[in-house]
Design a protein around this ligand. Structure first.
Ligand code: 5RP
Length: 225
């Protein structure tokens, strides 16, 4: 079965966790799309939830499908968030941000009781880092951060859209770095990156995930922490 269908299989399994009365975080990306679509369908059939979107794109889609969107401040705390990932390892650690929404995604995950990650089987890895790690940077500092990351041998590349700098929903830049040959433990790397002024957030999600649901062929395979 193709990756696209595995995404849907995982998404539909995750939606089973969503119950009326919940406050739900909605992730971003092509896998999250299937989850939002399925929740939209259930809302039409009477499911009552309030949702917080992790991106402008997700907010637009959710509203179009009739899902009530509230701010994170209104929600205060979310019961459940369902989001995708670019890579997931055995220890429930992730690389996220391929779609550029990592900052809001990490904030939402931090403020959620149960974080469920959905993905097709290609996202499951024994070691993180084949996917380039996205870093969100303040435009004022981006070029100097790129120089600093070069000295750390992380091969930084500023993300572009066409020939312009890619901009996040917060109007920041994204720099993608190569952590494959980095010898630091992931937690140490995260701390080193976050200690550089102007790096707002990284796509390393190390301690937030509770459940991983992978589409594997026609089956959804769940792992719980
Ligand atoms: C967006 C993300 C996405 O969850 C991640 O890129 C996976 O996307 P997709 O489901 O399209 O493969 O982190 O910032």
């Amino acid at each position: 079965m193709s990756g696209v269908n595995e995404k849907k299989v995982a998404a539909l399994e995750a939606v089973k966790y969503v119950k009326s009365g919940m406050k739900v975080g909605l992730g971003t990306g092509s896998t999250a799309f299937y989850m939002i679509e399925a929740i939209g369908e259930q809302v039409k059939n009477g499911l009552k939830i309030k949702a917080v979107a992790t991106s402008v794109e997700t907010e637009k889609l959710a509203k179009k499908l009739g899902i009530e969107i509230i701010t994170l401040a209104e929600a205060k705390r979310l019961d459940i968030t369902i989001d995708g990932a670019d890579e997931v390892n055995e220890d429930f650690q992730l690389i996220k941000g391929g779609g550029g929404a990592l900052l809001r995604e990490k904030i939402v995950a931090h403020n959620t009781d149960l974080n469920i990650i959905i993905a097709d089987s290609s996202k499951s890895v024994s070691r993180l880092g084949k996917f380039k790690l996205p870093i969100e940077t303040i435009p004022f500092a981006t070029q100097l951060i790129i120089e600093e990351l070069k000295t750390m041998k992380l091969s930084p590349v500023q993300r572009l859209r066409g020939d312009q700098a890619y901009k996040t929903d917060e109007n920041n830049d994204i720099v993608d770095i190569d952590i494959w040959n980095c010898e630091d433990a992931l937690q140490v790397l995260e701390e080193r990156l976050k200690s550089i002024p102007g790096i707002v957030e990284t796509g390393l999600f190390l301690n937030t995930t509770n459940v991983v649901i992978l589409g594997q062929g026609e089956k959804a395979v769940s792992r719980k922490r």
